[in-house]
Design a protein around this ligand. Structure first.
Ligand code: 4AD
Ligand code: MG
Length: 436
């Protein structure tokens, strides 16, 4: 029953980005003080919440002497609850402003906010817990959340199951030198470099699987493309051969990135005006062709040496788009890669390289034969006992299978043209950054 009692109607809570839909209404916002400027008896506050920024006009006569004096002393980032009437104002950012009728200081900042506009990079890393409040990081983190959801959505729609793999493991997948040891267990244990082997185990139950979780690399990380802990999107499927893998990777990436781009065109363009969604089919060249191409461009490289970021970037620049480099020499790839039946000195592997980050995804067809895998483990200098459970997968109903791993921060940093992948993650971990 409608009692008709207007006085009891609650003031509506509103996100700042929605204020434009409430012109003339009285609303309540909750946010943090961004900038303050007092002229005469009026304070102009810029207040931010997760959705945006709005100018709030605070008049002495509206909010009272006490509150006005407190507002005048407020430091940046103080948290506020403000009720007021939304007005159109073309000069204001966002096209609206809020005329405060009441203002509550939830918690005043106790000290001057340590982050100013002129940020030296050291300050950014030390105050990372505060830096993520910045407008730039607010947008990057929203885009990151959206992109990971779009990958999940695509994979689930294509009948992949999400599987969770352990972070603490007992053996290397990508070479023992880059492992973080965890001292606690009876056995030697490490933080995982990749969940691939666990996904391989899961395909025998679920057939098509993926995971999105951190991988850990104790490697030289003073570059703009290395983190000690990064988010790894890994996909694995049974009865998928090498060609099927390339097709799947291409379909997923083009479709997810197109959807991402269409959804967030304005933000993406603000970061990277020249960005164009990936187009099918991707360029593909073999490692051997890449070496020839690099040599003809004056690069000093011999067949058999792995490609570094300089070479990968050059290949991506020559083609002007993402490129699959395939069929690497088996010596420069991990032991689990399937040798090419037509030329066993190379393996059925593919790295996707882009400008400027180089490799953003790597994968291939896996060895599915017990004997062959056993021999490759020995040849590569590892102890087959450390891989007993992984070898088991080839003992009980082995099937051809393939998969890949995508460095999520590298892809996001590429799309947004960020100066380092450290900006693509809220709390980066590198050799020199473990705090906060
Ligand atoms: O090429 P990687 O080492 O391959 C693997 O780990 C496979 N087991 C993946 C698989 O097939 N399931 O790593 C895969 C991707 C790279 O292409 C790169 O994008 C990213 O992970 N990556 C890193 N990203 C940030 N920081 C690091 N230190 C990275 N190392 C690799
Ligand atoms: Mg790789």
């Amino acid at each position: 029953m409608n009692t008709g009692s207007d006085a009891q109607i609650e003031v509506r809570e509103c996100k700042i980005s929605d204020l434009g839909k409430s012109i003339g209404d009285k609303v309540r916002i909750r946010g943090w003080l961004y900038v303050k400027n007092t002229v005469g008896g009026i304070s102009f506050l810029r207040v931010r919440d997760s959705s945006g920024i709005v100018q709030v006009v605070v008049r002495r006569e509206k909010v009272g002497e006490d509150v006005f004096e407190q507002v005048d002393k407020l430091k940046r980032e103080s948290s506020l609850i403000i009720e007021g009437v939304v007005k159109m104002d073309e000069r204001a950012p966002g096209g609206v402003e809020l005329g405060a009728e009441s203002l509550r200081i939830q918690s005043p900042s106790l000290e001057d906010y340590p982050l100013r506009r002129e940020l030296s990079s050291n300050v950014v890393w030390k105050y990372r817990h505060l830096f993520i409040r910045s407008r730039i990081m607010n947008t990057v983190l929203k885009l990151r959340s959206s992109l990971s959801n779009l990958f999940r959505k695509w994979l689930l729609e294509h009948d992949f199951y999400e599987v969770n793999a352990p972070s603490i493991v007992t053996a290397a997948t990508e070479g023992g030198a880059k492992m973080f040891e965890v001292k606690y267990f009876d056995k030697k244990a490490f933080l995982t470099q990749s969940s691939q082997f666990y996904l391989e185990g899961a395909i025998f139950s679920l057939e098509k699987v993926f995971c999105f979780q951190p991988s850990f690399r104790a490697e030289e990380s003073k570059t703009r493309r290395h983190l000690s802990e990064y988010w790894h999107l890994e996909v694995e499927a049974s009865n998928m051969d090498f060609q099927g893998l390339l097709q799947m990777e291409e379909d997923m990436l083009t479709s997810v990135i197109e959807e991402f781009y269409n959804k967030h065109k304005d933000e993406i363009k603000r970061f990277n005006p020249g960005f164009k969604p990936f187009e099918k089919p991707f360029k593909k060249i073999t490692y051997t062709q890449a070496v020839e191409l690099l040599k003809s461009n004056g690069v000093d490289i011999e067949w058999g040496r792995d490609l570094g970021v300089r070479e990968e970037r050059m290949v991506a620049t020559i083609f002007g788009q993402p490129v699959f480099i395939t069929h690497y020499p088996k010596e420069v790839r991990a032991f689990y890669h399937m040798p090419d039946p037509e030329n066993p000195s190379v393996v059925l592997s593919a790295d996707l390289v882009v400008w400027p980050y180089g490799e953003i995804a790597g994968g291939g067809q896996r060895i599915d034969d017990y004997r062959m895998l056993f021999e490759r483990i020995v040849e590569s200098g590892y102890n087959p006992e450390d891989y007993a459970w992984y070898l088991d997968l080839r003992k009980y109903g082995s099937v051809p299978h393939s998969g890949f791993g995508l460095g999520f921060e590298r892809l996001l940093a590429h799309i947004l043209h960020l100066p380092s992948i450290k900006y693509a993650i809220p709390y980066p971990r590198t050799q020199t950054i473990v705090y906060p």
